[in-house]
Design a protein around this ligand. Sequence first.
Ligand code: AMP
Length: 444
Amino acid sequence: MLEYIEKIKNIKLLTAYNANIDAIKHVDEEFINSLIKKYSPEEIRERIEEYPREINDELDFIARLIYSIKTGKPAEVPLKNEELNKFFDSFKYEEERIGGQAGIVANLMATLRLKKIIFYTYLLSKRLANMFVDYENLLYPIANGSLKLINVKKAYKDEEVKINRIFEFKKGLRFKFGDEIIEDKGSTRFIVASRPEKFKICFDDNVRKYLNGLCKEVDCAFLSGYQGIKERYNDGTTYLDYFKKNSEDIKIFKKHGVKCHLEFASIPNLKIREAVVKYILSEVDSVGMDETELANVLHILGYEDLSKKIIEKTKIEDVIEGAKIIIKEFDNLEVIQVHTIYFILMITKSNISLKDLRECLDFSTILAATKAKLGDIKSIEDLKVGLSIPYNKYRDLFLKAYEEDGLKIVSVPSRLVKNPKSTVGLGDTISSGAFVYYVSLYKG
Ligand code: AMP
């Protein structure tokens, strides 16, 4: 295990662009009753029928929450009316933790003691800054006449807080709604996602002026959060402005030899998903995704049958075929990594050895298993927990390493934790672990 940590300790990483606070509320009967008593059952029922796709008032929230409980289906709905923040702040939340890929990865990599981590997100409030682990080498760029890298905990500068409210409920929750008894079908959650107008997925113009300088500080960049770009902003800008800016910035990173990784993420908006493929996937060196995201990209590229097969069965042969299509289609891509519940796959054009690549994926499964078991990775010591969890029962099926068509293809089974404490951020953990390790192999 320590050899793995030894390997990555000289890496300097940039991680951007999304970070927010996840506030978690456990929904019980009393909470539901306090909400529904404000309105008549008819009013609420009518709103459920309308199925609001944004939260504009309290009733939208109550309607979508009840719908989610009734159907047992998870959902995420953006908060449109920011005035409602007061209403949401009035609840008592049981837990607050960091959310957003860039934030999660910054804390993970600081805990794994990388040489330097530069974290960037557009809005950094004191409340968000407080969610970071306390390491001297976890830095935030501030540009004011010159570029300064400041410990992230001390670098807060904005009032605005991006906060996702997560309402979790457990199977068996029951409550009376008019003359109906509603019972929760499954343990799941309803997320009121915050989309502040001011929050942008890119560097602010001041920092952007010093991008060349910033590139000299790092070896690699883990880029994510593009799913949070809105189609339109009140200032007249559109998603295309941000995608073009981001694609130009990646060109600058690459000019300086900074290896760039895109963490694809789930992107419900089709226009945004297509823009990620067109402007970002076509620039980066590396991409990480789960099987659903792989299928979505294949669908965009016109491989509908394969996309459908991957969604339905997730057979390793199909996942390999799909990943090969993508790495061949995009000349810029040097490595693709796909994580699924039973295996992690990496395909690369580079000449790193199969043995090294297998270790790279093994390292990422140890990270995932540790996080699944403990809920969070708090120290390097914790990784012993992940290491003690064996490869899953399909081990022999998923342990592959071979060369074909000038590509190196390696897969490693997951170390599957039976009752995971949490599954939030597992994909980001796998991808960032594999990417950072890959960069360390590349650097030699
Ligand atoms: P994502 O779909 O991007 O959130 O990634 C989830 C990944 O986490 C899966 O593809 C698995 O590789 C891993 N994972 C999920 N559940 C577990 C578990 N219980 N134990 C270990 N790894 C898990």
